[in-house]
Design a protein around this ligand. Structure first.
Ligand SMILES: NC(=O)c1ccc[n+]([C@@H]2O[C@H](COP(=O)([O-])OP(=O)(O)OC[C@H]3O[C@@H](n4cnc5c(N)ncnc54)[C@H](OP(=O)(O)O)[C@@H]3O)[C@@H](O)[C@H]2O)c1
Length: 336
């Protein structure tokens, strides 16, 4: 399944971590050399954040001549060619860096591809000095779920642990950005807030920007987010809010000035992988202690759904085909 580009750029400050006054704070002695794999992908915007904070970034892509690579080079990244299928290209890209950021490739390569790619990366890093790896996996991937997607992530996590790589594994719950994934667009255009679960059930979610803020913190402060020093590392599951579908629909109604009603996606219309994932979500919709996470990492904003939606108003208007100029009402940062 391919994902459309809705200008899927992170908007607003990423937690307290990239406030303008603070940008470049860490330049100098604290600056790190970071390899960002998948730099053109979903989590690749960590490149922008790291550069803004004064770090040196090597951005890896299979297509260094692409427009996406040119954008990264223009920002100041060193663009290198690397392919998750090719361990030697990954080892070469990781040469001399302090830290490596990576996530999976499931949407492009399927669970088997994601597993192979992640294990290739772990093997390559073990052979190239074992820099601190910050790896984005998935909440639930450390337990038995029977889901191919999670089994793949689990296998990669096990490889990282088995090689005793210094690593921070960040495991997000359902991303808020999933709302604009292809299978949701027809419903959004029809004024429906599509939910994987019944509209009255709370589903933990997290903003991509919060995942990246924690990844930046792990890269900058491995003394706080463990991953360096001793072999092995830490695994942190992350969520930033748990709205019901009905609450999320009200938020969209207020934000876009048009009525949205929450409705559960009919399972029969979904691909089998999503059906299985959503059935599992129903079984375990709230695995994270959000309060404890906020307390432990107070410098990260941890977006409420309303705050995230407000930051992505233009994206949501476009995805839902909402007419520009509709009567728009602001959404409080504390609302659902
Ligand atoms: N928690 C959630 O709700 C949630 C939601 C969606 C996704 N996710 C997870 O987020 C992760 C990333 O999302 P995604 O799958 O859509 O990946 P993606 O964002 O498309 O990124 C994958 C990147 O890997 C690079 N790459 C290098 N070698 C590759 C190869 N041989 N095959 C494919 N890509 C290669 C690609 O860049 P080049 O083409 O430039 O080389 C691409 O930018 C996945 O693990 C997915 O499960 C989680």
């Amino acid at each position: 399944m391919s994902f459309p580009d809705y200008g899927y750029r992170i908007t607003g400050a990423v937690g307290g971590l990239v406030q303008a006054a603070e940008a470049r704070r860490v330049a100098g002695a604290g600056a790190r050399r970071v390899l960002v794999t998948g730099a053109t992908g979903r989590f690749g915007q960590i490149t922008d954040l790291l550069l803004a904070r004064g770090h040196a970034v090597r951005a890896a892509t299979r297509s260094p001549d692409s427009p996406a690579a040119a954008r990264l080079a223009a920002l100041g990244a060193e663009v290198v060619r690397a392919d998750f299928e090719d361990r030697s290209s990954l080892a070469a890209a990781a040469e001399g860096v302090d830290a490596v950021f990576a996530s999976g490739t499931a949407h492009r390569a399927g669970p088997a591809g994601e597993e192979r790619h992640g294990r290739n990366l772990a093997d390559a890093l073990a052979a190239s000095g074992a820099p601190h790896l910050v790896f984005v996996s998935g909440a639930g991937a450390d337990r038995s779920t029977g889901l191919a997607l999670f089994d793949a992530k689990r296998s990669v996590e096990q490889r990282i642990a088995g090689l005793r790589l210094p690593a921070t594994v960040i495991a997000p719950v359902y991303l808020m950005e999933n709302l604009v994934n292809p299978w949701n667009l027809a419903a959004l255009r029809a004024g429906i807030l599509p939910t994987p679960l019944p509209p009255a059930v709370r589903l933990q979610q997290v903003a991509t920007s919060d995942v990246l803020a924690l990844a930046v913190l792990a890269i900058e402060r491995p003394d706080i987010v463990k991953g360096e020093g001793e072999a092995g590392g830490e695994r942190i599951e992350v969520a930033s809010d748990a709205p019901t579908g009905a609450e999320a629909a009200s938020t969209l109604t207020r934000l876009l000035g048009r009525e949205f009603t929450a409705r559960q996606l009919p399972r029969a219309d979904l691909p089998p992988g999503l059906t299985a994932l959503f059935a599992w979500l129903e079984h375990d919709p709230s695995p994270v202690d959000i309060g404890a996470l906020r307390e432990r990492f107070p410098d990260i904003t941890w977006h409420r759904f309303g705050h995230w939606a407000s930051d992505h108003q233009a994206l949501l208007a476009k995805a839902s085909g909402t007419v520009p100029g509709a009567d728009v009402i602001g959404v409080s940062r504390n609302s659902a």
